[in-house]
Design a binder for this molecule. Structure first.
Ligand code: UDP
Length: 448
């Protein structure tokens, strides 16, 4: 079989000292101690992360941060991106949707799909095992890579499969998704989930880790920006008038993020919104996200909804696909937009975690988001943001958006509490400490 050339994403090390300045003193000490323990546990082993895209989603975002800080802390952390043909990515997107309880494209997950999946991943094994040494750690991310666990374990690596998606309630779709993945996931000696409710019943509890994602407060995406930089960046986009107040949703063009619902809801309630308020839906250029075949279609649907509105309304409704050829520039634009927004919305129908929520909260933005999945762990309703109980309720969503727009005191209070909530729970130091615990446990159960 021809070995498939995977791509290695080069990540420069990030020193941990600057991060430490943003942490409370006890957290600073905890981080320093974790770094020392991590070095001892890894002792010359490499840590390989394997996923299926280098940009344009939460996993890529998080890997950039985790690999950079791990390297800064002295670990030899690496990041590989697997290759696949469109058929493979249509299938893995289907599995992704199923794990969120949604039928996705409604396609099958039978023996022919299993063959496609196993064949594509089988083609990566030779390349992978020529890089990974026995004794190294391999973190496989999401359904696209689960089928690599067995081969890497047999090769002598310490393998964990990390699932970034899931839904609190089981249905026929989630069962079908998990039935497809079960044999591959069972081969992983450890698994990592974002929330306990996402874990299927058959999962071995002894090798299960619950580790929510995190953000890097110093990254291009999240560092604080001077107001003139925010204004200049937003103006350069030439999307909306400089003095408009913006209701923003930043997401991949994924059905479950419901960009179309936000657009329809906002357009239907335009008359009730203060006159200076505009809507901006921003997502990555569809061609720039290799593992997301739905995005062009979802963007197209939003364009149709936009076109169907009267010209006067369209002036206050904006759709932007942000270029992905320069990931750093993309991150800077998202950062400026999040800083600039009067309200950030995340009206997802399902959400594994929702890094866009933590990103906006860190920037002290008032966030209106669906009470689904990991968003519920981030926002304390009425304190650090506002939660929408029924994610399909467009009227309810727009009521909450308006509430924040007309009450500057409420907006400010939610924003300040949001930043503290993120500082406490969703910064990268907590995440790194949990990884060290995982590595220590992996090494202590190791036989070789
Ligand atoms: N994102 C980005 N550029 C875009 C749109 C999104 O960098 O044009 C980022 C966004 O800032 C966040 C990530 O993609 O860091 C999305 O992560 P999230 O967990 O919210 O959702 P996912 O895409 O993983 O389902």
């Amino acid at each position: 079989m021809t070995p498939c050339v995977m791509r290695e994403v080069t990540v420069a090390p990030m020193a941990l000292d600057r991060l430490a300045t943003l942490l409370l003193p006890d957290r600073r000490e905890g981080l320093a101690e974790a770094v020392a323990r991590g070095r001892a546990a890894l002792a010359g082993r490499r840590v390989w992360n394997v996923n299926s895209t280098a940009g344009g989603g939460g996993v890529a975002e998080m890997l950039t941060t985790m690999v950079a800080y791990s390297r800064g802390g002295g670990a030899d952390a690496r990041w590989l991106v697997i290759e696949g043909n469109p058929e493979f990515f249509v299938l893995t997107k289907r599995i992704h949707n199923l794990l969120h309880g949604s039928p996705g494209d409604g396609g099958p997950t039978g023996p022919a799909e299993r063959a496609t999946y196993e064949q594509t991943l089988g083609q990566q094994v030779e390349g992978l095992t020529s890089l990974v040494q026995p004794g190294d750690v391999v973190l496989l991310h999401d359904p696209q890579t689960a089928g690599l666990a067995g081969a890497l374990r047999d090769h002598g690596a310490h393998v964990a499969w990390r699932c970034h998606v899931g839904t609190d309630a089981r249905n026929a779709e989630t069962e079908r998704g998990w039935a497809f993945l079960e044999p591959y996931v069972r081969a992983a000696p450890a698994t990592i989930f974002t929330r306990r409710t996402y874990v299927p019943d058959w999962m071995d509890q002894d090798s299960l880790w619950l580790i929510p994602p995190s953000i890097d407060p110093l990254s291009t995406k999240n560092r604080s920006l001077p107001p003139q930089d925010v204004v200049a960046t937003v103006q350069r986009l030439r999307i909306m008038p400089a003095d408009a107040r913006v209701v923003l949703q930043v997401s991949r063009w994924d059905r479950l993020k419901d960009m179309a619902g936000v657009l329809t809801g906002f357009a239907d309630h335009l008359g009730e919104m203060p006159e200076d308020v505009h809507l901006l839906l921003a997502g990555p250029e569809p061609a720039g996200v290799s593992d997301d075949p739905e995005s062009a279609e979802v963007r197209g649907l939003c364009d149709e909804i936009w076109s169907s509105r009267p010209a006067a309304d369209r002036r206050r409704l904006h759709l932007a696909s942000l270029p992905m050829d320069d990931i750093d520039e993309n991150a800077h634009i998202v950062n400026a937009l999040q800083h600039h927004a009067a309200v950030v919305v995340q009206k997802s129908l399902a959400e594994g975690f929702g890094l866009t929520v933590a990103e906006a909260m860190w920037k002290e933005r008032p966030v209106v988001a669906s009470r689904v999945g990991g968003i519920e762990d981030q926002i304390v309703d009425g304190e650090s943001g506002l939660l929408l109980d029924d994610p399909t309720d467009l009227d309810g969503c727009m009521r909450l958006v308006r509430e924040v727009l007309v009450d500057a005191g409420l907006a400010a209070r939610l924003g300040v509490a949001a930043r503290e909530r993120v500082r406490d729970r969703f910064l990268v130091d907590r995440h790194l400490r949990q990884y060290v615990e995982l590595f220590e446990a992996m090494m202590s159960t190791a036989t070789g």
